[in-house]
Design a protein around this ligand. Sequence first.
Ligand code: ADP
Ligand code: MG
Length: 613
Amino acid sequence: MQTKIMTKRYETMIGLILILLSISLYRFPSTYGVADVLSIVATIVCGRDMVIGAIKGVIRGKLNVAELITIAIIASLAIGEYLVAAEVAFIMTAGGYLEERVIDRSRRAINALISLIPSQARLMVDGEEKMLPLSQVTTGVVVMVKPGEEIPVDGMVLTGTSLVNEASITGESKPINKSPGITVYAGSMNIDGALEIKTQKAGNESVLGRMVELTQKSLNEKTPVIRLADRFAAWFTPLVLALTFLVFVLTGDLVRSIAVLVVMCPCTLVLAIPTAHVASLGKLVKNGILLKGGIYLEKAAEVDTIILDKTGTVTLGRPTIAKIIPLEGITSDELLSLAASVEKYSTHPIAQAIVTEARSKAIHIPDFDNVTLLPGCGMMARAMGRDVVVGNARYLKKSGHRRAQAALSIALTQEAKGRTTFFVALNKVVQGVIALDDPIRAETVQGLTELKTMIPNLYLLTGDNQNAAYQVAYALGIREYRSQLLPEEKVNVLAELKTQGRTVAAVGDGVNDALLLASADVGIAMGDSAAAITIDAGSVVLLNGDFSKLPLFFSIARRARAIIKQNIIVFAVCYNLLALFLASFGYLTPLGGAIVHNVGSTLVVLNSMRLLK
Ligand code: ADP
Ligand code: MG
């Protein structure tokens, strides 16, 4: 891609020099010939791609914008207006160059992300430490990271403890204590201890690598240009040709009709949308918001309803254990051990809290081999005749466990405090209840206040209990909330809202939100690094899991829409119509037309660039 921008830059520079030279040579009759040649060379330098594009279009039997511009160039050459031909070709190249530059700025923001991942990793080779290129690090390889170094891979800590700053990935600026068994991510900063990490994913496969790749893909996706050009060219090209012909028939003035042809070249129209998209992408990336395609920007500007997942989205998603309540015949530590033995196979925030707590108490966590996920309810595991279940009340009620009633009433008193609860059962007998607190994220409150001024309808959906849902909804001033939903029931709520004609964005974080995000008009993944699946399902990723960036995202989307509208209405339509009027009545020469045209295109690009600010 870098070569493309360089080629465009050289073409633009050479074209500009040649055009300026020939303009000055046209002042002296004796050098007209040289000026003509220079203009023709400039036309060839700048117009090659355009002509090739036009020929391709003709071969495929498709009308495109390149054809129109090629006709303008050829017609200008035919009537000896070489400078006009050069100008038109130059505008297209210069416009393309400006566009590439905007893309480049966005790309640089991404490169800043990439640079977070070190290119080398320290490995033990034959008993000696060696720095090897990251390309040689594969799954299962153990890498060593010293204090003050960036972590090169996604993996699990084998030995050592250290504070790690994951701000670049999760946005959590407070360093997190990492110890054996805990996952670390490429691109995070290892602060004060030495770690040995067993690689799970490296390079492009790592969470950060994937995020970078996705954004790059959306930057390179030029479909909006092609879409727009295709949409218009089908009727625009014949219309312009007819108009040109009409002017020629009415006035008998070939030069004037070519001036009309030149001003009607839809360069401004072609630039109107992609420049705005690309500039927005750059601005978004700088704020840790990744977009999978320009189309989602358009959709986001239309969103009138937002569905918010509770756990991990509006709440911190790092619950702390509030109370462990064993039933008769089991100790609190035994209950925790039992729970942790199942939870260690889960990525759910609750699971992580349980496992961390058990490890910090140095409680033995037995292994299981047969684990089943109950999405939105809990987990089930089996080993050596032991059958352990963790799950919520909804599941407990219908699963026929003994002592369920006792557990439910204990849970109820905990839930009254707004806590999340789940029960632990062994061999169909409930052993106890664990209650957790999951505080609301600090940024949520501020983010929501802003969001409410933009988007009228907010829904809080959760698989959690009614009271926890109510307390969060109440604290945040969200009137609509539903609790105890299974992942597919959340999707049903979404579908219902869509049938009411709403444009719905869904914000989620956990693995079981993937379906919801994929079904929404705009799926926004809160970039929790653990939930790579959600990142795939979402069309937008809030990289730092930073809720306060949500209003920014919608306001950029709306600004982009406003600027695209300006680009189209003010420049592509009004400005060009005025030019058309002037050209038709002979007030613009083909050269004047080309210049007016040039100015219009530049204004569009500059207007779009305002989005980068
Ligand atoms: P949310 O919709 O708020 O993200 P989930 O759908 O992930 O919540 O989970 C809903 C409820 O199911 C939780 O509040 C919890 O009670 C229970 N649950 C889900 N997964 C687990 C698990 N791994 N361990 C214990 N309880 C769980
Ligand atoms: Mg969730």
